[in-house]
Design a binder for this molecule. Structure first.
Ligand SMILES: *Cc1c(COP(=O)(O)O)cnc(C)c1O
Length: 361
């Protein structure tokens, strides 16, 4: 008998790894500023922490399978039917369900590149094929090229707006043109993980577009603006047959008790949380202005991060930041994405950025 090991799917060997933003320590042992995962720098509101504490004594029970309270509140907030909402373990969990619900082996998923690193992973795991359409030189989605990339094998078009990691948002006019060109049996998903940070008045309105079309779904998350990344809860607003399919492909009880109560309490505290988002947007504008004054070229961001296309100097810049106690996210030889954090973190980042160019802050 020859020694062997369990046979695994070949596709796994070729999967790109999901790279989490790193948390590192400074040489003196204090934690570095983590500007590498687009997290919210602020902890949950006291009211949210209270419902979490109260729910702890009930975790011997399974959660509500249908997350009824949360789904009802989301439906009311978006003025859609509860049957058009599907929750999941983060919006990445919901995205995985979407791919499973739409793609058989060798079906095609069209998305921009560079974009969110989960897209190639969830596509490959489903056995589907990635069709990556390069971003435009100004870091926006090339929507006409994406529409042209749709074939009769395409089941899904993923649009990331604002785009992670470049920060550019899709505008309503160009979105409508893409939707007019894409066949109605292809699901178009708008990944709006950062939508609360968009200030472009021409930015696409995903929910209104969902209402106007039969083949559009919108992905939202509690991980970014709502600051619940550690609890893993997101959702889709989708046409009813799609939402039903997402419930069918969900891991049972995936959205746990703590995630359900915290998401609901955060929705109820939406106005207070959006004030924090306003503060982060103001910081983003200030960081963008300061970088430009230093001599950096960077696109306008509509999200909670900025994008520096550093090319061959990407790793060198990331290392310089880390040496100064600031962790950013480096992407090969493309560039670095830097999350907008609390003012002290942003200041520390701006200091390294100036030093890197050899200019004064
Ligand atoms: C952070 C992010 C998400 C959210 O992921 P969760 O699983 O909800 O934490 C989704 N899409 C994009 C593009 C993101 O950057």
């Amino acid at each position: 008998m020859t020694a062997t090991s369990p046979r695994l799917r070949a596709v796994l060997g070729a999967l790109p790894a999901y790279v989490p933003g790193r948390s590192v320590m400074r040489p003196d042992g204090s934690p570095a500023y983590k500007l590498s995962s687009n997290e919210n720098p602020y902890p949950p509101l006291p009211a949210v922490q209270k419902v979490l504490t109260d729910a702890l004594s009930g975790v011997n029970r399974y959660p509500d399978l249908a997350a009824t309270g949360l789904v009802t509140a989301l439906a009311a907030a978006h003025q859609v039917e509860p049957t058009q909402i599907a929750t999941g373990t983060g919006s990445v969990g919901v995205l995985q369900q979407i791919v499973q619900a739409t793609c058989d082996a060798d079906d095609e998923v069209v998305y921009a590149w560079r974009s969110f690193e989960a897209y190639p992973i969830v596509t490959a795991i489903a056995g589907a094929r990635s069709v990556q359409v390069p971003l435009l030189p100004d870091e926006r989605h090339d929507l006409p090229a994406m529409a042209a990339a749709v074939t009769d094998r395409t089941r899904l078009v993923l649009l990331c707006t604002p785009n992670n990691p470049t920060g550019r948002a899709i505008r309503q006019g160009e979105l409508d043109e893409l939707l007019d060109a894409v066949p109605g049996d292809v699901l178009v998903v708008l990944d709006e993980a950062y939508v609360e940070f968009v200030r472009d008045p021409k930015g696409a309105d995903g929910i209104a577009t969902f209402r106007a079309r039969e083949n559009v779904a919108v992905l939202r998350t509690f991980s970014k603006a709502y600051g619940l990344a550690g609890l893993r809860v997101g959702y889709a607003v989708a046409p009813e047959p799609v939402a039903t399919a997402l419930r069918a492909t969900a891991v049972p009880f995936g959205v746990n008790i703590l995630a359900q109560v915290a998401a609901l309490a955060s929705l109820e505290a939406r106005d207070e949380l959006l004030t924090r988002v306003d503060d982060l947007v103001a910081e983003r504008e200030q960081v963008t202005r300061a970088l430009r004054q230093q001599g950096w070229g960077l696109p306008d961001s509509e999200a909670n991060f900025v994008w520096l296309r550093l090319g061959e100097r990407t790793a060198e810049f990331a290392a310089a930041c880390e040496a100064a106690g600031v962790v950013v996210r480096a992407y090969g030889t493309d560039g670095c994405r830097v999350t907008i954090g609390e003012p002290a973190a942003n200041d520390a980042f701006l200091t390294v950025a100036a030093e890197f160019l050899g200019v004064a802050r």
